[in-house]
Design a protein around this ligand. Structure first.
Ligand SMILES: [Ca+2]
Ligand SMILES: [Ca+2]
Length: 261
């Protein structure tokens, strides 16, 4: 699909006022409270998994994961834990280049589509534990990287190779980390456990075409507004969910993305 123009029509997400169910917790054996997916770092995927459990399906968390999700250790998993986990995210959902801050890159949607289509065609998806990179940004602000030939762009500014060499090199490496998620000649796609987790935007434990759709919708919202909070479909909810986005191909030049509650 070749998209020359993207139009976004968004409606404000409205959350039901009804109280959420809570997930009861058994024995607490928390190596790193909040690291629900146990990849060694608190990320948007941990928040997405807890959101998914609270809003969609509590049965997706194991007893061990529930204990890790009980961030304040009061015996239940609820919105208080979710907010604390979200506040401590090192990488936000979709941040497969490990930028930090609140990042949204259309590459996440592309790579989720690639994984889904390749796996559907019989390719092997190889997920391996790798060292966890340091984030480039540690604030909660919106950050963008870009590339033009050999020139790296950070938050809209071209990096001066002599003055910003270290930052440019880091961004180049993170860019390559994303580019390397591609179909190899041996029929494999290799990525790190952390990258795989950050592509599971629905928080249901697997990367499939739904993740590609919701990442695309989230990117469009974020890009249009520039507001970090706009990355998510609803206030206080940090998974991206299948009924939160519709993608319609209107013509070969126009795709309409609708994001709603
Ligand atoms: Ca984690
Ligand atoms: Ca998923």
């Amino acid at each position: 699909m070749k998209t020359k123009k993207m139009l976004g029509f968004f409606t404000a997400a409205i959350m039901a006022a009804a109280a959420l169910p809570v997930v009861s917790v058994g024995a607490v054996d928390a190596a790193l409270p909040g690291d629900v997916d146990q990849d060694g770092v608190i990320t948007g995927h941990d928040s997405a998994m807890v959101s998914h459990a609270l809003y969609e399906d509590p049965s997706t968390l194991t007893e061990e994961q529930k204990a890790l999700a009980d961030y304040n250790g009061d015996g239940v998993v609820d919105e208080t834990d979710l907010e604390a986990i979200h506040a401590n995210e090192v990488f936000s959902i979709g941040d497969i280049g490990m930028i930090g801050g609140v990042t949204s890159d259309i590459q996440a949607a592309y790579r989720a589509i690639l994984l889904y289509s390749a796996e559907s065609s019989g390719a092997e998806i190889s997920v391996q534990d790798d060292a966890i990179p340091q984030p480039i940004a540690t604030d909660k602000e919106a950050h963008f990287i870009g590339y033009s030939g050999d020139t790296m762009i950070w938050d809209g500014t071209y990096l001066n190779a002599s003055q910003d060499a270290a930052l440019a090199q880091t961004i180049r490496e993170r860019h390559e980390m994303v580019e390397n998620i591609s179909l190899q000649e041996n029929g494999k796609i290799e990525l790190s456990t952390l990258q795989y987790h950050l592509l599971d935007a629905t928080g249901d434990g697997k990367v499939d075409i739904q993740d590609a759709y919701v990442l695309l919708g989230s990117y469009a919202k974020f890009y249009v507004s520039g507001d970090p909070a706009a990355k998510y479909f609803a206030p206080g909810r940090y998974d991206l969910y299948p009924d939160g986005v519709n993608v319609d191909v209107v013509s070969k030049d126009c795709v309409v993305i609708r994001v709603a509650s």
